[in-house]
Design a protein around this ligand. Structure first.
Ligand code: EPZ
Length: 420
């Protein structure tokens, strides 16, 4: 197992380019189940979750080949299996995204129920209710969702809660269903739009992605495609918050600021200035951070995936801030670790009240989930002395070579192997 060691106190400075989006890559890989032929997928990040997805596709009978860094060919001809086993689903919940494609393509699926995770219970009841409405028979047997259908048919699906993977799962299933499916209260995240664009490149008929209502007309079959996915907005935002917490000055060369409107607004409020120039998006951190309150919300609101990193910034801002988490019920695991670095945070239900201090102090820390780990890295970049972050496998699920990228920007950060 690896740990990350950071000597804090360096300003981030320089240029960086962002990897492909994890949360766009995973559904796209699973969408290839819907196709016949060999798809070529570009800008796929080198991440643990991508490897887990490819492993799952192999078990289902799809073949893949890495043809160059960040480009994979995925061939789907004959499916061998329709089961996503517990050992894979428990390491990556996004594996439930095979359910829609399998039901649509082979009309049966057996997928382990993911269970809770470090940030909340995260049920998939809304996915299952939608598939039942579209004509699937669903049973829970031995911890697995066992689903089958003669053929899915189009339906009006109105989600009670905005769900990202729920929208993606239903959208994928609907591409091969009989007739029209309308998804209301659909997720509007850029990754949902990217998946819809990829499905359209495969021959699907989809309209309205990026709005609250998506229309999908079922077609008889989908074909392979060439597709290049969007940059990772969460990685992008993490670097921008790195600028805030280190008073840095960086330029993101492939930034898409339209995906980050809510975050950029808040970063401006706390004193970060932005400039779009011919090199990309430049962000300059202030000497002293001001405070801002945030409430997480589905896109285009302030993303829950930024909450932990923003909290790290607020621990060293001048004054008191309030962070309200509305998406996941247990996404404050980073609070106790930040407290070990001297942060003053009080949690009251789903609100955290943060009283800024001048600077954090380095400490040994434990990563609990992906974005919380990124928050600890940011905290370590600010802290006086040495910060050691253990269990960094969480971070490798979603950030490509994070320590290399921060090092390129001047941070003193390294990864070492540890024997426990
Ligand atoms: C996606 O998770 C992302 N994962 C998460 O990224 C992200 O935090 C989350 O959306 C919110 O933006 C992927 O895209 C692979 P939801 P997802 O369904 O789809 C409740 C990361 O770090 N709900 O939008 O699982 C649910 O409990 C991660 O990259 C139900 O009640 O999230 C939550 O409270 C972690 N029943 C809310 O909806 C359901 O059937 C939103 O969750 C489905 C969801």
């Amino acid at each position: 197992m690896d740990k990350i060691i950071i000597q804090g106190g360096r300003r981030l400075k320089g240029e960086i380019s962002i990897s492909g989006s994890k949360n766009a890559a995973l559904p796209l890989l699973f969408a290839t189940i819907l196709t016949e032929g060999t798809s070529t997928l570009h800008h796929i990040p080198e991440l643990k979750d991508v490897l887990t997805s490819l492993k799952l596709l192999s078990k289902l009978g799809l073949h893949h080949k890495k043809i160059q860094t960040h480009t994979y060919q995925v061939q789907c001809n004959n499916m061998r299996s329709y089961t996503a086993t517990y050992d894979l689903v428990k390491t990556m919940r996004a594996s439930v995204l095979v359910l829609g494609p399998l039901l649509a393509r082979v009309r049966k699926a057996k997928v382990s129920l993911p269970g809770g995770c470090a940030i909340g219970a995260r049920p998939i009841n809304l996915h299952l209710k939608a598939f039942e409405k579209m004509g699937a028979k669903i049973d829970i047997q031995g911890g697995y969702v066992v689903a089958s259908t003669k053929k899915l048919h189009g339906e009006l699906i109105r989600f009670d809660t905005v769900t990202v993977t729920g929208t993606e799962n239903v959208m994928m299933a609907a591409t091969l269903a009989q007739g029209e499916t309308v998804i209301e209260n659909a997720a509007r995240e850029p990754e949902v739009i990217d998946l819809a664009q990829a499905l359209i490149a495969m021959g699907a008929r989809i309209e309205g992605m990026g709005t609250k209502t998506i229309h999908i007309q079922g077609v008889d079959q989908l074909h392979a495609c060439q597709y290049s996915i969007i940059p990772d907005r969460i990685e992008m935002g993490t670097f921008l918050m790195g600028v805030a917490i280190t008073h840095g000055d960086i330029t993101i060369t492939n930034a898409k600021s339209s995906m980050l409107v809510a975050l950029i607004e808040k970063l401006k409020e706390v004193g970060v200035s932005f400039e779009e120039n011919e090199r990309g998006l430049r962000a300059i951190g202030p000497k002293i951070l001001k405070t801002a309150d945030i409430t997480t919300a589905p896109f285009p609101g302030f993303a829950t995936d930024f909450q932990a990193q923003f909290m790290a910034c607020m621990t060293v801002a001048k004054g008191t801030s309030v962070i309200t988490e509305t998406i996941f019920e247990n996404r404050f695991m980073h609070v106790s670790e930040l407290a070990r670095m001297g942060a003053k945070i009080r949690v009251e239900g789903h609100r955290a009240i943060i009283e800024g201090i001048p600077r954090l102090s380095g400490a040994p820390l434990m990563a609990s989930d992906l974005r919380a780990s990124a928050a600890l890295v940011l905290a370590g970049l600010n802290a006086e002395g040495i910060t050691e972050i253990h269990r960094v496998y969480h971070i490798d699920r979603g950030y490509e070579h994070i320590e290399r990228k921060f090092r390129k920007l001047g941070a003193k950060i390294k990864r070492v192997k540890v024997k426990y």
